[in-house]
Write a protein that binds this ligand. Structure first.
Ligand code: PLP
Length: 380
């Protein structure tokens, strides 16, 4: 069914007055820039392969609950909040006192940066990696030390350790790493943790956890915890659960660490739609497994297309992959954009790699069609 603006308003039950208000908003330009324009009822299709979202949407069970949840929009969602905290705790086998809900896992990254970095308490992070934690630390007047990944695109834990001292407040480890979709082996991280100063916290970002679960070297620090109060694990509903637009994430850490993070949490930071949809998502194990299996199939299809064209790809443990472009990625991004395909932004030290999120088969057809007509752009 086409998702038109009129249909959307109709399903909201908004009257003519509501329609007038909404039509005065820049919905058109917003949609063109950030949403799948076809879903938004635009004439011109735009294929979005740029933000590692779940292109198939939320789980149907969660979408149904989200639609219902609108009717509770007038009330503070205290009960839904408490229930989701309990559910996340039960789901992860921890106590509710170890769980903090975030407005997206971005808020968890922000809380960690604010709690554990600042003047004289630096952040150590890889490059390239997901940049938000470093941005929050800088805004908190902390020095940020960037350590390049290894040749295998793992975190260079030896080099990170070498840069660590008593002035290191936080180390950010993104596993699987965005943008490379690669893993840092669990045993290496464990050995690294044992060597860190007592006052250095470690934020392990498991945003892409579900896509890596069958990898030999990967075990989540929530599923197999180490008894260490300095570890904070971040998870999100934006990826496998397809809820990027609703904003929901959480952290799991020791109770005493959670208390320190909570000081920087926004009050009432969860909306009723996201909270109830999150609950429904955690209750739908079957949909989660189906989403993981579908991503594995989409990843395999992507690799087949790469191999038939001799395109080199970094082994992926996520819902996206990095491919070698053999030319400046900015030119490649521009080429795709002209053909209405949006791929990942440029990343430091990866000037000849493009990050491509896996979409639906039709999205990927559009991607490969555009790839196949890429002109011989100037090599670097
Ligand atoms: N962490 C990583 C590694 C990400 O790639 C992203 C988003 O792409 C986030 C965190 C932020 O996700 P959100 O705030 O939507 O939970």
């Amino acid at each position: 069914m086409a998702f038109t603006r009129r249909g959307f308003l109709g399903s909201l039950g908004a009257g003519a007055a509501g329609a007038a208000i909404l039509s005065s908003l820049p919905i058109e330009s917003f949609a063109a820039a950030t949403m799948d324009a076809r879903l938004a009822g635009m004439d011109e299709p735009v294929v979005i392969l740029s933000a590692n979202e779940n292109a198939y949407g939320m789980f149907p069970s969660a979408a149904a609950v989200a639609a219902e949840a609108l009717r509770y929009g007038n009330r503070y969602p205290f009960r839904a909040y408490g229930e989701l905290e309990q559910k996340i705790a039960a789901y992860n086998n921890v106590s509710a006192k170890q769980v903090l809900i975030g407005n997206g896992s971005s808020e968890v990254l922000a809380m960690a940066a604010r709690a554990f970095t600042g003047p004289g308490r630096k952040l150590i992070a890889a490059v390239p990696t997901f940049e938000s934690t470093a941005a929050y630390a800088r805004a908190h007047n902390a020095e940020v030390v960037e350590v390049p990944l290894t040749a295998n695109f793992a975190h260079d834990l030896d080099a990170m350790l070498a840069r660590t001292g008593n002035d290191t407040g936080l180390i950010y480890i993104c596993n699987p790493n965005n943008p490379t979709a690669t893993l840092t082996p669990r045993r290496d991280i464990e050995a690294f943790l044992r060597k860190l100063p007592a006052n250095t916290y470690v934020l392990i970002d498991e945003a892409y956890h579900h896509f890596a679960t069958d990898a030999e070297d990967y075990v989540s620090f929530i599923e197999k915890p180490v008894d260490d109060p300095r570890i904070i694990v971040a998870r999100t509903f934006s990826k496998v659960y397809g809820m990027a637009g609703l904003r929901l994430g959480y952290s799991v850490a020791a109770e005493e660490t959670t208390k320190k993070l909570r000081l920087y949490q926004e009050a009432d930071n969860g909306n009723v739609i996201a909270l109830l949809a999150g609950l429904a998502s955690l209750n739908d194990d079957r949909a989660m497994k189906a989403a993981v299996a579908r991503n594995a199939a989409d990843r395999a299809a992507f690799l087949r297309e790469c191999s038939s064209r001799r395109v080199k790809v970094i082994p992926s443990y996520a819902n996206f992959a990095m491919i070698e472009t053999g030319r400046p990625v900015r030119d490649v991004i521009g080429h795709f954009r002209r053909l209405n395909v949006s791929i990942g932004r440029p990343f430091p030290r990866m000037e000849q790699y493009a990050r491509v999120s896996f979409g639906r088969p039709a999205d990927m057809d559009a991607f490969w069609k555009a790839w196949d007509v890429m002109p011989n752009m100037a090599k670097q």
